[in-house]
Design a protein. Structure first.
Length: 689
């Protein structure tokens, strides 16, 4: 009002040609300009005090506002009331200066006052439309209205008279054990995973959008079912979606509705859904929804389980007429009632997969910055392991970076590279497969030179993965060990795992044929504890050409596992041992599968003495004076390691049976000849068979 009076004074009274009025124009002008400035500063102070009052310093994320509008009670309306008069008065001052009226002698007498008032009016109008935040989180209209509703509800609950305590033998009625909260994250807090974000956001925007009366007759599709392996952030995606939509987030778990009273759970579920409708638009997230809508065909169903399933299915359908985004999350999609997952209840089924490469890089980088900032972690190594660890869950990746400080302390490290990151991973996994304790190293094995060279090349590549791949090299997906029985293929596979520090899982081909699901379970275990070597011993029937076997489905499954369904899993290497490489299915031998072949042959004669001596020393046995290891080696030339050890063991057993004293055992030439006659004859017979 005062601003308009100033304009009226300038237009009407200041133009009256009386000397006392004309002489008082400068003082009157200064008075009105000062009033405008004082009013502007006072309004700014009141607005700042309102922000402090309605947005507590302790928690800027959840504003507490007094009314249901973003425009605060006093200050913003006053800015609008100040802006227009200030613009008008400033324009009049500049016009008077331009026309040399109102006692002005030059064009500058009222000009700067006019410019200042015009700028003050423009700033007031701008702040009235876009209130300043002063580094505080000013709530949006939806957030303000929601917070206002919460405060009103709390006020009414507080003003209600206290009721008498509920007897212990009677349950509380109208329980609503959920609470709407403002989400603390949105999609910008989730690295990568853009395809899943798009699948979630598009239908959710349609659900929360305002609808006309015509649209209300055909509500949009609703019900988003998130499924997938645990630890990949289904709950996080639900809250982030609410943050992206800027609506409240309501989380419901089976534990929230638990009760010792039979028949109470269905009523509590009804109340929770009604609460979500009252807070619409919002996101209602039902965690572990398989607990609510467990299949009614299962043996564990009872009368209350049927009531819970029927109740929640009815509420899901009724929810479609409201602006509530329903999200259900489960790790066990197969356990859900078939009526629940059909279209019309859950129209969208989205698998929350393990994080993609962009997400893995972001998770590891952020985790290192938060939990291992005092360590010198090589950035290139972080990128390298992030690319390798496809298929690992978010929880697994976070566990590794959290374990880094402890791993570095235990090993007295400050510089962390690829090797140390893999070591921290192994600590988190807590196991290293099933490598027997008496496993020899590659250098201790008795091998042909060509076999040793091929095995050493595989070992060097698995041992230094980062350098090999940075130079353009590759790791094998599968390695085929072939050669006569008893040439040390199994011992070589174990030695390889021990040499490179990989986990080792072993299975026999006949066991895979007997249990067709075993290969899938073994592969899942290998992915979990990788880097892993899967060794398939006696793999002839598993790998044989599918045209000549009755189990082609097992071979097909092997092909799928080695190729990967969506993305090939790194650091899982298959090693298969066979005596008949010519009978293997050609599809298994092409590039990318069992590309590399290592042939095992009987050891060369010059290496047998060392093995014989080592075997005798390990058993504490002596040869008679007229016999040495070289002579024994010549006698066993051309035999496999298995046959050599079999002859020596039989000779030892024979020597023990002849000696009655406690003196050191002595093995004679007769013992060796007897062992060769029995063991090698049996070996030849079995080969002929």
């Amino acid at each position: 009002m005062l601003g308009y009076l100033a304009s009226i004074y300038w237009i009407v009274i200041a133009n009256i040609p009386f000397d006392f009025i004309q002489d008082g124009i400068p003082k009157s002008r200064n008075f009105f300009v000062g009033i405008f400035l004082v009013f502007f500063v006072a309004t700014l102070i009141f607005y700042w005090l309102e922000l402090l009052t309605f947005i507590p310093r302790a928690d800027k994320e959840y504003p507490l506002v007094s009314n249901g509008t973003l425009r605060l009670v006093f200050s913003m309306d006053m800015y609008f009331g100040l802006g227009l008069p200030a613009l008008l008065f400033g324009g009049l001052l500049m016009l008077a200066s331009f026309m040399k009226s109102h006692g002005s002698v030059t064009h500058l007498d009222h000009l700067w006052y006019g410019v200042g008032m015009f700028a003050l009016g423009a700033l007031s109008m701008f702040w009235g439309k876009f209130p300043p935040k002063f580094f505080m989180k000013v709530p949006s209209d939806d957030e303000t209205m929601h917070a206002y509703r919460l405060r009103v509800a709390a006020y009414h609950r507080h003003m209600q008279p206290r009721q008498a305590a509920i007897p212990e033998d009677k349950p509380e009625e109208y329980a609503t054990p959920v609470q709407a909260v403002q989400p603390k994250i949105d999609f910008s807090n989730i690295y990568g995973m853009q395809a899943i974000k798009d699948k979630l956001l598009e239908p959710a925007q349609l659900i929360v959008a305002k609808r006309s009366a015509q649209d209300a007759s055909e509500p949009p599709a609703n019900g988003i079912l998130l499924h997938g392996e645990p630890g990949n952030g289904k709950t996080v995606f639900g809250e982030a979606l609410a943050g992206e939509l800027m609506v409240p987030f309501i989380a419901l778990t089976y534990g929230d509705v638990s009760s010792k009273w039979v028949g109470e759970r269905p009523r509590v579920i009804v109340n929770c859904f009604a609460y979500a409708k009252r807070n619409a638009p919002c996101v209602l997230f039902v965690d572990e929804i398989d607990s609510f809508i467990r299949s009614r065909d299962s043996n564990v169903s009872n009368e209350e389980s049927f009531q819970i399933v029927n109740t929640i299915l009815t509420e899901i359908v009724n929810l479609r007429n409201h602006r509530v985004v329903l999200i259900g999350a489960t790790n066990y999609l197969a356990n859900l009632d078939t009526a629940a997952i059909r279209e019309g209840r859950f129209d969208y089924k989205i698998e929350i997969t393990p994080p993609d490469e962009e997400a893995r890089i972001g998770i590891i980088e952020k985790g290192v910055a938060k939990h291992a900032q005092h360590l010198n972690v090589d950035h290139g190594a972080m990128i390298a392991v992030a690319k390798r660890w496809n298929g690992f869950s978010v929880s697994r990746l976070l566990a590794v970076v959290k374990a880094l400080p402890r791993y570095a302390k235990d090993n007295n490290l400050t510089d962390i590279g690829h090797k140390e990151l893999m070591g921290a991973l192994r600590e988190v996994q807590g196991r290293n497969g099933r490598i027997p304790q008496d496993t020899k190293s590659i250098s201790e094995l008795v091998l042909d030179n060509a076999t040793r060279e091929a095995l050493t090349m595989v070992s060097s590549r698995l041992k230094d993965v980062q350098r090999i791949e940075s130079l353009g090299g590759t790791l094998p997906s599968g390695v085929l060990f072939h050669g006569p029985s008893g040439t040390g293929k199994t011992a070589a596979a174990r030695a390889l795992a021990k040499e490179v520090g990989w986990a080792f899982l072993s299975v026999a081909g006949p066991d895979l044929i007997a249990d067709r699901e075993k290969i899938t379970k073994l592969y899942a275990e290998a992915k979990d504890i990788r880097p892993t070597i899967i060794f398939i011993d006696e793999a002839d029937d598993v790998l044989r050409n599918r045209q000549y076997i009755q189990t082609p489905d097992l071979t097909n499954r092997m092909l799928v596992l080695m190729d990967g369904t969506d993305e090939k899993v790194k650091d899982v290497v298959f090693i298969a041992a066979t005596n008949n490489p010519d009978q293997i299915d050609p599809a298994l031998l092409r590039a990318g599968r069992f590309t590399e072949k290592v042939e095992f042959m009987p050891p060369p004669v010059e290496q047998i003495p060392r093995h014989v001596s080592a075997w005798l020393n390990g058993k504490g046995v002596m040869l008679e004076a007229s016999l040495d290891a070289w002579e024994v080696a010549n006698m066993l030339e051309g035999q496999t390691i298995a046959n050599i050890e079999g002859v020596l063991q039989y000779a030892l057993n024979r020597a023990i049976s002849k000696q009655l004293s406690q003196e050191p055992l002595v093995m004679t030439l007769d013992d060796i000849n007897s062992g060769m006659r029995i063991v090698l004859q049996d070996s030849l017979v079995s080969q002929n068979d």
